[in-house]
Design a protein around this ligand. Sequence first.
Ligand code: GLP
Length: 236
Amino acid sequence: MHVNNNFKWQIAEDYEEVSRLAASYICASILSKSNFLLCTASGNTPRKAYDLVAEQMAGKSFRLLALDEWAGLSPDNPYSSAFQLNRQLVEPLDLRDHFLFNGKNENPQNEIDKVQQYLSENGPIDLCVLGIGTNGHLGFNEPRAFLEPVAHLSKLSDTSRSHSMIAAADYIPEHGLTLGIGDILRSKKILLVANGSHKRDVLSQLLSRHITPQLPASFLWLHHDVTCICDKAALP
Ligand code: GLP
């Protein structure tokens, strides 16, 4: 492990090892305390790790909170984040206490209010599992002149709208529902997972340690306990 200020780096050979390391980290964290609140990104990066968590946590219970969702996609839409988290974690582990956004709610403010309420009753998050967009986004906190501290409806960047996760969806969302950068930074621990050479450029920007809303992930430098697990291909 390499420690760079508050960032602890674990470098893996490949995606398989990234997934094993991330799953071990997530499981050990969950087991360290009762009634654990895990916040989860969706997307390609954590897919294999979540399968391993579902295997290793059989019979264990924890609370689950979704980091973000594509506005307009319902939980039964296979391209939605809720669909992924339901199939990979909620259903196999029979998790009863969870909050997943309903991206199809015609009044997105309702979903924002609900997640704020969930967080005020259940927070802070014990561990927030994040991926990183190739443009440096966290959840749907997109690069722009300013960032929002709390949950909000975010206008998606072109980069997000061309994410492979929704490439085959009938409808390409224009907005996303997301926890805010303050919600993320209030988590007790943060796990950032990245793999593949397409993440090398953004990790290189992150490593410059210049904190800017144009690279939302750079705000992680303000957190006291971030672990970043990435493979050699993603490493600048
Ligand atoms: C998506 C999601 C994020 C995810 C990120 C990276 O758009 N909004 O929650 O972490 O982009 O996705 P991937 O892991 O597929 O590269």
